[in-house]
Design a protein around this ligand. Structure first.
Ligand code: BDR
Ligand code: CA
Length: 311
């Protein structure tokens, strides 16, 4: 049986790989890709989403543009990680497939209302602005969501954009707060796990050795994207944050975590956007998310490389 998903994203090289993995996987039915402002501003994220669909040879996928700024705070972007276009690395042609006219938030609302309750999974790979806006505008859709599998937050790794906060949650903490309090079934891929999904040299070579347009582009994207983390953390390669979301949908047994309470800091400027995860169960706050901590990295890269080869 295929699983219906909506990918909400701010591409981003790692978002691109997450999208490619989904489009290569027959188990997943990508109902639409909704772009949000994040790594780069919205005009670039919606364009990049279309570039990636065309790279995958799937120009029929519907791409929608959503919110161009967080709910309450000014937009913070990450060109210092992803480059000026958000997708620096490979030379990819401008897309010719159309951008859908409907706003991404309306698409999310209409789709959740039209599909059988409990059949559509939301896959946020960027700031949670589109999802929170949809939940605020149409509270009736919240109970219809099958599951939310998102990349965001950190506990043991603490922050990447500030000492306390991970980028996706920091950019729109108010939106993240709405989502974490929604009551939906939530699976979180925090930095704690994504920093273990590293594109080492042999893994990058394996992408390139596919010899396909997709394989070479992914190798070039991860080459570019790795510079930043290599310098900052001294790590062996680029962390494939967002593809953890897609891989979890396909092979959840590759991942392990704990059901815990996760709350988002929305008040203190010092720790704004921090995901306070009760990993050790020291409060009586009810668990609201499965917080992933570890993965079988070799299994993850075997899956990813095998699937990319199909495109
Ligand atoms: C997250 O922020 C973005 O830079 C990446 O695409 C990923 O979604 C990691 O903190
Ligand atoms: Ca992202």
């Amino acid at each position: 049986m295929t699983r219906k998903i909506i990918i909400d994203t701010d591409p981003g090289q790692d978002d691109a790989v997450a999208i490619l993995l989904a489009l290569a996987s027959p188990e997943l039915d990508v109902l639409g890709i909704t772009a949000v402002a994040g790594n780069v501003p919205l005009p670039l994220t919606q364009k990049n989403a279309r570039i990636v669909c065309e790279l995958a040879g799937k120009p029929e996928v519907k791409v929608f543009a959503g919110c161009d700024a967080p709910l309450e705070r000014p937009l913070v972007t990450a060109e210092y990680v992803h480059g000026k276009t958000g997708l620096d690395g490979p030379e990819l042609p401008d897309p010719t497939m159309p951008l859908q006219e409907q706003h991404a938030v309306d698409f999310i609302i209409d789709t959740l209302r039209a599909e059988e309750p409990g059949t559509v999974t939301l896959c946020p790979l960027g700031p949670l602005t589109n999802i929170a806006t949809a939940f605020q505008r149409a509270p009736d859709i919240v109970d219809r969501v099958a599951q939310i599998v998102l990349m965001g937050g950190a506990y043991f790794e603490v922050g990447n954009v500030t000492p306390a906060a991970e980028f996706n949650i920091y950019v729109d903490p108010q939106a993240a707060d709405i989502v974490f309090k929604s009551g939906c079934d939530i699976v979180v891929m925090p930095l704690d796990v994504t920093h273990k999904a590293l594109v080492t040299k042999p893994r990058n070579d394996a992408f390139r050795a596919l010899g396909t347009k997709v394989g070479v582009a992914v190798a070039e994207m991860t080459d570019f994207f790795e510079r930043f983390d290599r310098e900052k953390y001294g790590s062996e390669g680029a962390p494939l944050h967002d593809p953890c979301v897609t891989a979890y949908l396909l092979r959840p047994e590759l991942f392990s975590g704990r059901r815990v309470n996760v709350e988002v800091e929305t008040q203190s400027e010092l720790t704004m956007g921090m995901t306070v995860a009760d990993w050790w169960g020291v409060t009586d706050r009810a668990p609201n998310a499965l917080f992933i901590g570890d993965l079988d990295a070799d299994g993850f890269f075997t899956l990813l490389t095998e699937r990319l080869a199909r495109l």
